[in-house]
Ligand binder design. Sequence first.
Ligand SMILES: [Fe+2]
Length: 183
Amino acid sequence: MNRNEAVAFVREKAEKETTVRHLISVEGVMRRLARRFGEDEDTWGLTGLFHDLDQDQTHEDPERHAHLAAEWLREAGVDDGIVNGVLAHAHERYRTDRMSQAVVHADAVAGLLVAAALVRPEKANGMKVSSVRKKLKDKAFAPGVSRGEITEVEDRLGLALEEFLALGIEGLQSVAAEIDLAP
Ligand SMILES: [Fe+2]
C-alpha cells in the first residue's frame, strides 16, 4: 500500500477528524525516528499511521482495540511487521523489536505535541524543546497523555529525552500542514 492509499484507508475507517489528525501526527514522528535509527521510513510511517485505525470502533473495548485494525490490515495485504507494530502499541506482548517499541513512545509524544501545538498561535511552527518539557511536567496539561511512555524512551530506545522531544517536534512539523497545525 502506498502512502496515498494508506491515507485513504485511514479516512475510510476513522470516523472522527481528531483520529485522522492523531494518526498522521504519529506517522510523522515515526518517520523521523526511523530516519534517526537508519530504519525504513515507510514501514515505520505506516505503522504510526495505522496504529489507532480502529480507535473509533473499539474505544470502549480495550481488549479488542488494535485487533480489529489488525484484521482489516491483514485483509488489505499489509506486511506482518506493520500489523505487529499496530498490535504492539496497545498490547505489550507484541513489543518484540525496535519499531514495535517505538510506536508506544511516538504515540504518547505525538499526543503531547499536538495538544501543545493547538494552544499556540504559530501551531507546530517554531516549537521548542524547552516549552514541550514544561508541558511534560505540567500534569494538568493534556492529562490523557502518559508521561511514563514519553520519559521511558531513554531506557527502551536508548534516546535521550531531549533528543526524542526534538525529533518528535520535527516529525510533527513534517506533517503539520496536512493536519492544520501549520500557521
Ligand atoms: Fe494512538
